[in-house]
Design a protein around this ligand. Structure first.
Ligand code: APR
Ligand code: PHB
Length: 390
């Protein structure tokens, strides 16, 4: 039997950042992860950080490489009707974004946590949560072919949408809200120079596209595709042709194609669980909420949850006060719902849902309004860079 203060299930960005932040405040934790470090840091996900996330990562002591290799972006383009319009994030909101791949961030977090041996247990199986409704929760799990038990004061469920933590809460104690979208995103990574120095979000009658990057020599592109599509339907040549067809001329002529080294299709979903807390179990990140990637909010929301939960746990040990912990769910959900609304709105504005010409006209009218109204552009900018904490 092992004992710790906080047991964390899942070593994704949520779990490792929480463990790192707690350690920097003198709070002990153990992280149980079913995959290997190579698998976890090899997962290709998004790569756009709000500045509040950048500051939290620096506070956690893992910002050095991120600031050296990350790309600061003060704006992005919205392309539609064969033209493009720049959203001046810095000018409209006073804040920038940082382009830094989530898998790079994962590497930094794994390296930082490995400084404390036996804090993260990899390739752990059969994690089960017990007595989460009491003041003495415990976890059982299998590791290195042996059964183990971990006693703790708190459990942080950082195990993503398909984890065991949310499932451990009696279903009648939870309310779950979900919206699925009738399309997916086909993403591609290639070592070719990006077609533009900033991101380009594309509205087109053939479907949405996004031109992003990881560095000045590595590009990340996405095209909206039918959910039932398979990767084998999309050889590189078809991807580049389709992307080119969706881009206004001024961007299309800048497009450099090349062999991809990663290609994947992801479904789009909006999902929120209420409350994000049951007994001594706290749900964090994708274990509690999912947003479509259009607004790049997934990782940033997870970091925001971690910030609020870490404050509550530190306050509990330092001042013996449970107040911030009792407020965790309400404070986190306030931000989650605003980001869920923004991600749904941005997805609805830029994607093709049907061949309905009226809907198409409404989208174009809203895009025209966005391009011509400082108020509308400011609203987009302040949501995109991340709303201030309450
Ligand atoms: N036992 C142990 N580990 C588990 C279990 C389990 N039963 N189930 C899941 N895990 C691990 C997964 O292997 C994964 O490494 O939990 C981790 C969850 O990580 P993420 O899914 O990345 O979730 P989170 O850390 O909340 O990060 C959210 O990542 O996926 C992006 O778009 C998402 O940007 C968002 C961010
Ligand atoms: C990415 O670079 O992968 C990315 C950027 C912005 C988004 C989504 C994904 O909105």
């Amino acid at each position: 039997m092992r004992r710790t203060q906080v047991a964390i299930v899942g070593a994704g960005p949520s779990g490792l950042l929480l463990s790192q932040l707690l350690a920097s405040q003198g709070v002990d934790s153990v992280v149980l992860e079913r995959e290997s470090p190579e698998h976890v840091q090899g997962r290709i996900r998004a790569g756009l950080l709000e500045w509040t996330t950048v500051e939290l990562l620096q506070e956690a002591g893992i910002g050095a490489r991120m600031m050296r290799e990350g790309l600061v972006h003060d704006g992005f383009d919205v392309a539609f009707a064969d033209g493009g319009h720049r959203i001046d994030l810095k000018g409209l909101s006073g804040r920038s974004m940082l382009v830094y791949g989530q898998n790079e961030l994962q590497k930094d977090l794994i390296e930082a946590r490995s400084a404390e041996p036996d804090t993260v247990l990899w390739q752990v199986h059969d994690v089960a949560l017990h007595d989460i409704g009491t003041c003495a929760p415990r976890l059982t799990y299998a590791h290195a072919d042996r059964r183990h038990e971990l006693h703790c004061d708190f459990v942080a469920g950082c195990d993503g949408f398909h984890g065991v933590s949310r499932a451990a809460i009696p279903v009648e104690k939870l309310t779950q809200y979900e919206r699925t979208y009738p399309f997916g995103w086909l993403g591609l990574l290639a070592d070719v120079p990006p077609l533009h120095e900033e991101l380009v979000y594309v509205h087109h009658e053939r479907g949405f596209a996004l031109c992003s990057m990881r560095s000045h020599g590595r590009s990340r592109y996405y095209v909206q595709c039918p959910l039932e599509d398979k990767i084998e339907h999309w050889p590189d040549s078809r991807f580049w042709d389709e992307l080119h067809a969706r881009l206004p001329e001024r961007y299309a002529r800048q497009l450099v194609s090349g062999p991809s080294f990663e290609k994947s299709i992801v479904p789009l979903r909006s999902f929120v669980t209420e409350p994000m807390h049951f007994g001594r179990l706290y749900l964090v990140g994708d274990a509690a909420h999912i947003v479509p990637p259009t607004g790049a909010k997934g990782l940033n929301l997870a970091a925001a949850d971690v910030r609020v939960l870490a404050q509550g746990i530190v306050e509990f040990y330092r001042a013996g006060s449970p107040t911030l912990l009792e407020e965790y769910s309400a404070r986190a959900l306030g931000r989650v719902w605003k980001a869920t609304r923004f991600s749904w709105w941005f997805t609805t504005l830029l994607h093709r849902f049907s061949a309905d010409p009226f809907a198409e006209r409404l989208q174009l009218a809203e895009l025209e309004y966005l391009a011509g109204s400082a108020a509308a552009a400011r609203s987009l900018a302040e949501n995109y860079v991340g709303l201030s904490f309450d």
